[in-house]
Design a protein around this ligand. Structure first.
Ligand SMILES: Cc1cc2nc3c(=O)[nH]c(=O)nc-3n(C[C@H](O)[C@H](O)[C@H](O)COP(=O)(O)OP(=O)(O)OC[C@H]3O[C@@H](n4cnc5c(N)ncnc54)[C@H](O)[C@@H]3O)c2cc1C
Ligand code: FES
Length: 248
């Protein structure tokens, strides 16, 4: 799988289905042209009816003619998206960001998703399995009642964890793919001894590289999650002072 981006491509999508995964999370299935989506971990930018700024969401899974988005209700924009009726048309920019680079040489990967950060791991897991690799899945939630998502990884070894670092230490693996908040992803990259990649779910501004509102600190200076990421290699997050592992 080649990690390239073809976007942004502006497209009209139709909401085919919206289903609840928990009290605050819904899975939206959209139909439309998905030709610009190349690898798991890329994101789309959705124009929310009635809102000026677009909202970014990871592609949860996709194939020709459809994609799914996992949307946690945290504010006015996501509340509007939760309320949409099937049949509604949406303006969606696809093909955004650099996603995960699959490593077929690593046969025992663990996928680590924190909260709604589990979203891009769904399409990733499906593609790893298609390549003959069985991933393990760790889903991190601060509290038991917030848990959701195991059903999106059918037939896989899925575990919920309150402490993903501890759960990761207890899980045999030879590489990792992770997605979540900046704080947890940075810590994870610094603690982990195996090779891996982290996807950052940060607060964005412009979404196209102009404002530096999404910048994170990397070994090579500040980088923009929207145009340089959202996926980064573990080694990009490690500096000399905090390096704990060098398995790249
Ligand atoms: C690359 C990328 C991928 C993302 N993928 C997903 C996804 O798959 N599913 C999903 O549910 N969300 C995802 N997000 C976060 C999502 O974009 C925001 O939750 C959404 O834009 C909030 O819109 P709103 O209008 O509902 O909230 P706002 O009214 O804009 O904000 C409401 C509250 O949420 C907080 N907030 C807003 N954005 C974020 C954020 N990124 N992280 C933490 N807190 C935030 C604000 O500080 C505020 O407190 C992603 C973000 C990025 C950058
Ligand atoms: S959101 Fe403006 S540079 Fe990334």
């Amino acid at each position: 799988m080649v990690n390239e981006k073809l976007g942004p491509r502006d497209g009209r999508f139709r909401l085919a289905e919206s289903s609840a995964l928990s009290a605050t999370v819904r899975l939206l299935r959209l139909t439309g042209d998905t030709g610009a989506i190349r690898v798991p971990g890329q994101f789309v930018s959705v124009s929310v009816p009635g809102k000026f700024l677009r909202r970014p969401f990871s592609v949860c899974d996709w194939d020709e003619g459809w994609l799914t988005l996992l949307i946690e209700r945290v504010g006015a924009g996501t509340e509007l998206l939760h309320a949409l009726e099937p049949g509604t048309e949406l303006d969606v920019l696809t093909g955004l960001g650099y996603g995960f680079t699959l490593r077929p040489d690593r046969r025992e990967p663990v996928l680590v998703g924190c909260g709604s950060g589990l979203s891009p791991l769904v399409g990733l897991a499906r593609r790893l399995r298609a390549a003959g690799i069985e991933p393990k899945v760790l889903l991190g939630f601060r509290e038991e009642r917030a848990r959701f998502g195991a059903e999106l990884f059918p037939g896989m070894d899925v575990r919920y964890a309150e402490d993903v670092f501890k759960a990761l230490d207890e899980t045999a693996h030879d590489c990792f793919y992770a997605c979540g908040s900046e704080n947890v992803m940075t810590q994870l990259a610094r603690r982990e001894k195996t090779a891996g990649q982290v996807a950052f779910d940060v607060r964005m501004g412009c979404g196209f590289g102009a404002c530096m509102g999404c910048a994170i600190r990397t070994r090579d200076g500040m980088k923009r999650v929207c145009t340089d990421g959202p996926v980064f290699e573990k080694w990009e997050m490690i500096n000399e002072k905090c390096s704990m592992g060098n398995d790249q």
